[in-house]
Ligand binder design. Structure first.
Ligand SMILES: C[S@@+](CC[C@H](N)C(=O)[O-])C[C@H]1O[C@@H](n2cnc3c(N)ncnc32)[C@H](O)[C@@H]1O
Length: 349
């Protein structure tokens, strides 16, 4: 027994106990809009903060106690202040940089813990329709990300793609969800035709509504199961953002993607940047977050449909193996500046 090591681990677990509760409080603060209110206020009493947010003062004060002792909010002489250096990653105005929204997504996943615990014991998984709220939160985060970065990232990931999209090509997005990426691209490239497929009816309704609101005429969304697509070679570019690792049948879907591309076509797969061997992920900046999100969502949704259960951390080595098995011979993987969590796979035949 290494006593120093044992003591260090007790300190680590005590930190975890505090941070774990702090993350619950951050999630609640996000849901209640408290960070957004605090961001606009000078140093204030809990009464003023409660009045401004329309919430009960006693609850707000207890929550502030957690925020102050957790180092998120400052406290002096009975008054509280959210420093701007903290607000910039905790408020809705922060968009895709809002860590409170990521923390909130974790809290939403723990709402499903009893079903996942049941799956530990009996096998199977938890299907997509149990994750409506979680998918909404992720769609919002992805929308901010796509709006901000996708159009800059595409030409970096696929040389010459900008010219082709400007001239006019056929683009399919698989697992498009609420369609934010497809709509952003359709607005930027009016001569190209965009189609998005997803299983979830509600997501497709929202994607279509957004396209109508934008007045886009070169985009269309359809409820389709990727595992049952016809594989006519109709597409110049197929994109899949965060979608292959969720699939029940990822090998079949990749095979269909490959057959659906025209001869000079490209598949752009954006997926989690990780190694397939957990031992190589020890210093990954988001290891527990990714394995946990996978366990409570990505892996279990695949297993719910009797699937392969790749999980979000399937990693580059496994991804290359499956892409090659589907018939892609030319696979480039890049990490784009400012996006450490994702890898961009550009696959050609
Ligand atoms: C993690 S979400 C990503 C959504 C979107 N691409 C984004 O980045 O915001 C995965 C999406 O894949 C869809 N999906 C999973 N399996 C599918 C299948 N077999 N056919 C069609 N869509 C599927 C889900 O409904 C979900 O919208």
């Amino acid at each position: 027994m290494d006593t120093a090591r044992a003591e260090q681990f007790v300190t680590r677990m005590s930190t975890l106990m505090n941070e774990g509760m702090l993350s619950v409080l951050v999630s609640m603060g996000h849901e209640l809009g408290l960070f957004d209110i605090l961001d606009g206020m000078p140093t204030s009493t809990s009464e003023k903060i409660a009045t401004a947010s329309g919430l009960t003062e006693r609850y707000v004060r207890e929550w502030l106690g957690g925020m102050v002792t957790g180092g998120i909010v400052e406290y002096e002489d009975g008054k509280y202040r959210l420093p701007p250096e903290h607000a910039r990653v905790l408020t809705r105005a922060a968009g895709a940089d809002n860590f409170a929204a990521f923390v909130h997504s974790t809290a939403l996943l723990t709402d499903r813990r009893h079903e996942v615990l049941d799956a530990f014991r009996r096998g199977g998984g938890v299907p997509y329709d149990r994750y409506d709220e979680f998918m909404q939160v992720w769609a919002g985060l992805n929308a901010d990300k796509f709006e901000r970065a996708l159009l800059d990232q595409l030409p970096q990931a696929i040389p010459n793609i900008d010219d082709k999209l400007v001239a006019g090509i056929d683009v399919l997005e698989i697992g498009c969800g609420e369609g934010h990426a497809t709509n952003v691209m359709a607005a930027a490239y009016p001569n190209s035709r965009f189609v998005g497929f997803d299983l979830r009816e509600k997501a497709i309704e929202e994607a279509s509504r957004n396209a109508r609101d934008m007045g886009a005429t070169n985009v269309e969304f359809q409820v389709r199961d990727l595992a049952n697509l016809d594989s006519a070679a109709n597409w110049d570019l197929i994109t899949g953002f965060d979608v292959i690792h969720d699939q029940a049948k990822p090998r079949e879907v990749l095979g269909i993607v490959r057959q659906s591309l025209r001869p000079a076509g490209t598949f752009l797969m954006v997926d989690i940047n990780a190694h397939s061997d957990v031992g190589e992920n020890l210093t990954h900046p988001a290891g527990p977050f990714l394995y946990g999100t996978s366990l409570l969502h990505c892996m279990t949704v695949s297993l719910a449909y009797d699937g392969e259960g790749l999980g979000a951390v399937w990693g580059e080595q496994k991804a290359r193996e499956l892409l090659a098995e589907a018939g892609f011979t030319n696979i480039d993987v890049t990490q784009l500046e400012g996006d450490p969590l994702n890898a961009f796979y550009v696959a050609r035949v």
